[in-house]
Design a protein around this ligand. Structure first.
Ligand code: SF4
Ligand code: SF4
Length: 466
């Protein structure tokens, strides 16, 4: 912020050094990957599809359904532990090199800004005019809007899939107003993020910057200023004292920083470890004939003159936990059946009694088909001999990835419920390898063994069963 509390617009000076060139290659590769992922298919499914409305998440050809709570929890746990491990070892390398916010902002939106507005000074001069309708700025925003439209469509493709997106794009908005509204709002948000909010996404909105204080330790890789070498800093190269440090206080490192900080103030939450200041400072060191690396990838312990510790509690515990969680995930995935079956009681009453004394139980069979294609499930009930089993649809078809519920009815004489219950087995098979048996306890009036009469208090028994 400026002294008066207004926003200080940051127009970072581009620094073209070896780190910037490496980051540019990585960024362009990531742009292609981020744009391509929704279009890539694996096992006939999208590579990544986060279908929240249908509660289905597809990763690398495997779909997690809403019944996969444990699997999904393990997956999220593995993701969190990967971030912990990665940050403990390599600091905020994700922020500086891989995060879509950094990639699109620093390697697409900012270069376009400099190109359209006449370089960094051109942008600063337009800022000074306070003219929001300066032709160059309007042109920049027009390009930004088109780019934001493309990015918003790509972003939403991760959630609705490219097939749904094609329908949205090719139909009139009148035919799908809500989808159109979602797309319009997303486009505006993307535009506002890259045109106005910018680095504040990293410094204010993103929680990861705040986590780093607990995820990093003094051995983690960070971009840092070597205070021992740089201080005491002296303005310029003339009349330098014999004990002057290598920093000539040229502020090239500050001018290039996309978050507007001075790395010489130490490790800061706002630093996304983008290495732009390292490149800028190396160019200055070359110019004044000093060795490179006054600002560099290092660790706080190395800067403090201590020995480097690669093995430390967090670099051992995090990977160990990660291995356990990934192992559990793979094991769970490997042992997962081709269908999830849940037997449920009637939502109304546990059983009903007909005038002739027969007891009827409704059993709701919920089948989730995770086989990868449409299946029909044959249902068979054993243990109900002497009674009647009514299965309205058998075999019962369930489309791939869907959950369907079928109600079957078991009618038994009152005498079958000697202790208020009766055990049956429900067998379900799809004829293509899936076959499971599920024990189930039918409910009936208690104390009615072997032709005996119902004991007084049937009504309260029913209440208890309910
Ligand atoms: S201080 Fe350096 S590494 Fe950190 S954000 Fe600024 S330019 Fe990037
Ligand atoms: S670029 Fe290097 S020499 Fe210039 S102010 Fe920053 S640390 Fe000092």
């Amino acid at each position: 912020m400026n002294e008066d509390g207004s926003r200080r617009w940051i127009r970072p000076k581009p620094s073209d050094g070896p780190w910037q060139r490496r980051r540019r290659i990585v960024a362009y590769a990531l742009m292609v990957i981020y744009l391509a992922i929704p279009h890539i298919r694996m096992n006939g499914k999208p590579l990544i599809l986060l279908d929240a409305p249908r509660r289905e998440f597809t990763f690398f050809g495997h779909t997690f359904l809403s019944t996969d709570t444990l699997l999904f929890m393990l997956l999220l746990g593995a993701l969190a532990l990967t971030i912990f491990t990665f940050t403990a070892l390599f600091g905020r390398v994700w922020c500086g090199w891989g995060c879509p916010q950094t990639v699109w902002m620093e390697f697409l939106y900012r270069p376009i800004e400099r190109w359209v507005e006449g370089g960094r000074m051109g942008s600063i001069n337009i800022d000074k005019t306070r003219n929001h309708f300066h032709p160059r700025r309007v042109a920049k925003h027009a390009i930004y809007f088109v780019l934001s439209l493309i990015l918003a469509h790509t972003f939403l493709a991760y959630f609705v899939g490219v097939d749904a997106l094609k329908v949205w794009v090719t139909q009139s908005p009148v035919e799908h107003p809500s989808s159109f509204a979602v797309m319009a709002v997303t486009t505006i948000l993307v535009f506002l993020d890259f045109a106005y909010f910018r680095e504040q996404t990293c410094t204010i909105a993103c929680p990861y910057g705040r986590w780093q204080s607990v995820l990093l330790d003094k051995s983690s890789l960070v971009v840092a200023y070597d205070r021992n070498r740089g201080e005491p800093r002296t303005k310029g190269t003339k009349d330098r004292a014999s004990d002057a440090g290598d920093c000539i206080d040229c502020v090239a490192c500050v001018a290039t920083c996309p978050t507007g900080i001075d790395i010489r103030d130490g490790l800061q939450m706002e630093c996304i470890h983008c290495t732009q200041c390292a490149d800028a400072c190396d160019a200055i060191m070359d110019a004044i004939g000093k060795p490179r690396g006054l600002i560099r990838y290092t660790s706080m312990e190395i800067l403090a003159g201590e020995r480097k510790h690669l093995l430390r509690p967090r670099t051992v515990v995090y990977p160990a936990l990660l291995a356990v969680v990934v192992g559990l995930f793979v094991w769970q995935l490997g042992t997962k059946e081709a269908a999830d079956i849940v037997l449920l009681r009637s939502t109304e009453t546990p059983y009903t009694e007909s005038p002739d004394g027969a007891i009827q139980n409704q059993v709701r069979v919920k089948i989730t088909n995770r086989a990868g294609d449409d299946r029909s499930y044959s249902i068979d009930v054993t243990g109900a001999e002497g009674g009647n089993v009514i299965i309205p649809v058998n075999p019962f078809p369930v489309a791939n990835g869907k959950s369907e519920t079928l109600s079957l009815f078991v009618v038994l004489p009152r005498s079958a419920f000697a202790a208020g219950g009766h055990a049956i087995t429900v067998r379900i098979s799809d004829g293509q390898g899936f076959a499971q048996a599920y024990p189930y306890r039918l409910l009936g009036p208690e104390g009615t063994g072997d032709g005996g009469e119902a004991i007084p208090g049937d009504a309260s028994d029913k209440e208890r069963n309910r």
